[in-house]
Design a protein around this ligand. Structure first.
Ligand SMILES: N[C@@H](CCC(=O)N[C@@H](CS)C(=O)NCC(=O)O)C(=O)O
Length: 194
């Protein structure tokens, strides 16, 4: 049975899973949760956190994008072509920075969407972390391999989402060249959010 992914088309956490699945040729049955700011638990399937993505693969439910990625690799790609299961500390640091940036973006975007004034200094710190995070990634751009990898797909999901919502400036040439190289692949550009 085709694994089901509860997602939204604009969700960057969902997109890195979709990109990995597309790259590995794993079919997913996509179920759009709609507005993730809503508190209607039914939208999110079995996920008590009411967040996307969630994978339902037969009887197995899997929460959290990186956990889902690891599940897909363990069940469909034991050779781990995209290096999802890496233990390389520098790669895992870059992943942690990108996940933290993506989480900050979620808070900023959903605060604005639900009518919260984001001029509070708590949100200033989130915006500052986005700027510092993207600068850090640019300085550490060597960690992104030129061949398609989960790390590179994660970067594409992050940068396309930042550009879509305009929450951070994106004038980082080393990152931009890596994103452009991956976006040239039709299976990567196909899921670009609009
Ligand atoms: N750590 C989670 C984060 C997922 C997440 O924050 N997803 C966002 C959409 S991109 C969401 O559903 N947010 C709903 C909310 O925070 O209420 C993961 O990696 O899957």
């Amino acid at each position: 049975m085709t694994p089901r992914l509860i997602y939204t088309p604009r969700s960057h956490f969902s997109r890195k899973v979709r990109l990995l699945a597309d790259g590995l040729g794993i079919a997913l049955d996509l179920v759009d949760a709609g507005n993730v700011a809503d508190s209607d638990a039914a939208r999110f399937g079995p996920n008590p956190l009411m967040k996307v993505p969630t994978l339902i693969d037969g009887k197995q439910v899997v929460f959290d994008a990186d956990h889902i990625a690891a599940w897909l690799v363990r069940t469909h790609d034991p050779s781990d072509r995209f290096d999802v299961m890496t233990r390389d500390v520098d790669v895992l640091n870059a992943r942690a920075v990108m996940n933290g940036m993506m989480a900050a973006e979620v808070e900023l975007v959903l605060a604005a969407r639900t009518g919260i004034d984001t001029s509070h200094r708590r949100f200033d710190k989130m915006r500052a972390s986005l700027l510092a995070g993207i600068d850090w990634l640019e300085q550490n751009a060597d960690v992104f391999p030129s061949a398609p990898s989960y790390l590179g797909l994660h970067l594409v999901a992050l940068c396309d989402h930042l550009a879509l919502y305009g929450v951070a400036r994106l004038d980082h040439p080393r990152l931009a060249s890596r994103v452009a190289a991956l976006t040239a692949l039709p299976w990567v550009s196909a899921s670009k959010p609009v």
